[in-house]
Design a protein around this ligand. Structure first.
Ligand code: C2E
Ligand code: CA
Ligand code: CA
Length: 546
């Protein structure tokens, strides 16, 4: 703690212990005796030394407020009044008006200083109170924990929990923040009631951190989980489903991990539980994956700048003519001597603005590569666009502008976006897609069939193509007779003037079956794997010769 801060002194004044009070009273008493002796020895109240008595008055007022200030003011007035002669050598007493007048000053200064300090103390208390409690729920927050927290303190708590509400967004959208805050309060009371007398704080809108002893944990944890599981939250007589994942970190006896790190570890366990749809997870060392993610996230901006990202192209074939009509571009990352596949860095980039930078980089790169791939006037290159990209109007406008400026062939660069992305906000998506269509950018819905959305909704959008998801294609042909479903989608799409691409075509049999069902295009390992630009160009030349 830094003694040169207001906080340091306020803390002393606010949280004065009994011991502090006794020491303070003793010090003030000693100073009063000292000043009394000083005044007496220097000849009485006729000299200015008596003003030294303001020191204990102010000190006492600071410590004990206005009441203390008034009391000490009166006390020293008496000591330096009737009990002290005007001249100690002759014994001449003071005239009454003299010490009574002085009393007004002592009491006034003591009372005023005390009053000011009382007001400051109250304000500081209000500020810390507001600061250390969540605004929505009024529950103690991280600041509260830090205020009472001492890392060096030998603490008996050796189990840390993170209680994570995993469907926060859905719940808030559905019931609003205020009702959500009520649910948080209910969860808090379940925690409190199960693990009495431990630290529980609301870290942010979706999680609590809880600290307890191993003993309490062993005794209560399963009861707590059972209670959470069976609890129904009611909002206006409507039952709410709250999805909760709990992470547990148990301190090993020889571990020297700090308490904050212990919480972080429990948080990783909670994320692990969320990801695997477990109710709870107990931390294990290989959960440190978020560290890897964070490290990668940190390295990504430089990777974009240094061209450590690169693109591969996978052809899309017209099933009727066997001609290549388009390429899909898929990004990869050269990192620490390894090639990292997109699924290992795109999802973490999608959590931040970095995905916009990546997509911008890809657009520029595709424009540069396009002439080498475009052997045909209608050749297209399709770029994968993330949810965050699509709902960023500035990025979309920039993209349209860049593509326009490049003056490529008509409809040369298209975009793919997943079914879940477009379904997020249909009316907004429609406006965004209209803009893209106006700019002549072909659009395809990726991973079609994965999202269980209503076909009619999707087909209301101004899209050109749908890409039937890889798993869906495989499943359909593996499950006997299920191809009727694909046929239905194809027929329905065609009626609306939308063409169909099948992903994950791995065998000739798939290709033939899809063709028989009337599917327009195929993409998959049967034709070619994604390839770097030079390889893709060579492959294209060979393919065109056939
Ligand atoms: P996606 O858009 O569905 O891409 C198709 C994925 O399936 C690619 O995986 C591709 O290599 C793989 N694939 C293609 N044909 C076959 C096949 O016949 N069999 C099998 N088993 N797999 C096949 P990849 O390159 O690992 O990309 C995975 C996902 O990462 C993509 O799924 C896409 O969602 C994302 N992604 C890739 N590149 C980008 C990008 O540039 N931007 C964004 N936002 N996402 C990207
Ligand atoms: Ca795609
Ligand atoms: Ca796909």
């Amino acid at each position: 703690m830094n003694p040169f801060t207001l906080g340091f002194w306020m803390k002393i004044l606010l949280f004065k212990s009994k011991m502090q009070c006794i020491i303070f009273k003793l010090i003030t008493g000693l100073i009063i005796v000292f000043v009394y002796v000083l005044v007496y020895q220097t000849g009485g109240t006729q000299h200015a030394y008596l003003h030294a008595m303001y020191i204990p008055v102010v000190l006492f007022a600071v410590m004990f407020g206005w009441k203390g200030g008034v009391f000490i003011g009166l006390f020293v007035s008496i000591i330096l009044g009737p009990l002290m002669p005007h001249d100690t050598i002759t014994g001449e007493p003071q005239i009454v008006i003299n010490w009574v007048f002085r009393m007004f000053f002592f009491v006034g200064v003591g009372g005023l200083v005390g009053l000011i300090i009382d007001m400051m103390r109250k304000q500081y208390q209000t500020i810390t109170e507001v600061h250390s409690h969540s605004r929505d729920t009024g529950l103690p927050n991280y600041h509260k924990y830090l205020m009472n927290f001492d890392e060096d303190e030998q603490d008996t708590a050796d189990v840390s929990l993170t209680v994570l509400l995993t469907n926060y967004e859905d719940v808030v959208v559905l019931i609003g923040r205020q009702a959500y805050a009520d649910i948080m309060k209910e969860i808090y009371s379940i925690v409190k009631h199960n693990f009495n007398d431990i630290i529980t704080i609301q870290v942010d809108a979706r999680k609590f951190w809880v600290e307890m002893t191993q003993e309490v944990f062993k005794k209560q944890f399963h009861t707590f989980m059972g209670e959470l599981d069976s609890k129904t939250f009611w909002i206006d007589d409507v039952p709410m489903y709250i999805d909760i994942a709990v992470g547990v970190y148990q301190q090993e006896s020889d571990a020297s991990i700090s308490r904050i790190e212990a919480f972080k570890a429990s948080e990783m366990a909670a994320l692990h539980a969320k990801k695997n749809k477990f109710k709870y997870s107990i931390y294990e060392h290989d959960f440190s994956v978020p560290h890897v993610s964070m490290e990668r996230l940190g390295a990504l901006p430089l990777a974009i700048k240094n061209n450590d990202l690169f693109l591969e192209y996978q052809p899309i074939i017209d099933l009727k003519t066997n001609k290549v009509t388009a390429f899909e571009t898929l990004v990869r990352w050269r990192y620490k001597g390894k090639i990292i596949p997109p699924l290992d860095f795109i999802p973490i980039a999608e959590e931040t603005r970095l995905i916009d930078l990546i997509t911008e980089w890809i657009v520029d790169k595709v424009i540069e590569d396009y002439p080498k791939l475009s052997t045909d006037d209608s050749m297209k290159v399709m770029i994968n666009v993330s949810q965050r990209n699509l709902y960023n109007p500035a990025l979309i406008a920039k993209m349209i502008n860049t593509i326009k400026k490049a003056k490529l062939k008509k409809q040369a660069i298209g975009i793919e976006m997943t079914e879940s992305t477009v379904m997020l906000n249909l009316s907004l998506t429609r406006t965004l897609l209209e803009n893209l269509r106006e700019a002549g950018i072909p659009m395809a819905i990726d991973d079609f069939g994965k999202g269980y959305s209503t076909l009619s909704c999707l087909f209301e959008l101004p899209i050109d193509k749908i890409k039937i998801d890889r798993d869906f294609v495989t499943y359909t042909f593996d499950a006997k007779g299920a191809e009727a479903l694909i046929e239905l989608i194809i027929t329905y799409a065609h009626k609306l003037g939308i063409e169909v691409i099948a992903e994950g075509v791995e065998t000739e049999a798939y290709a033939q079956a899809l063709k028989d069902l009337g599917c327009d295009y195929g993409q998959g390992f049967y034709y070619a794997k994604p390839m770097p630009l030079d390889k893709a160009t060579k492959w294209l030349k060979n393919h065109n010769k056939k």
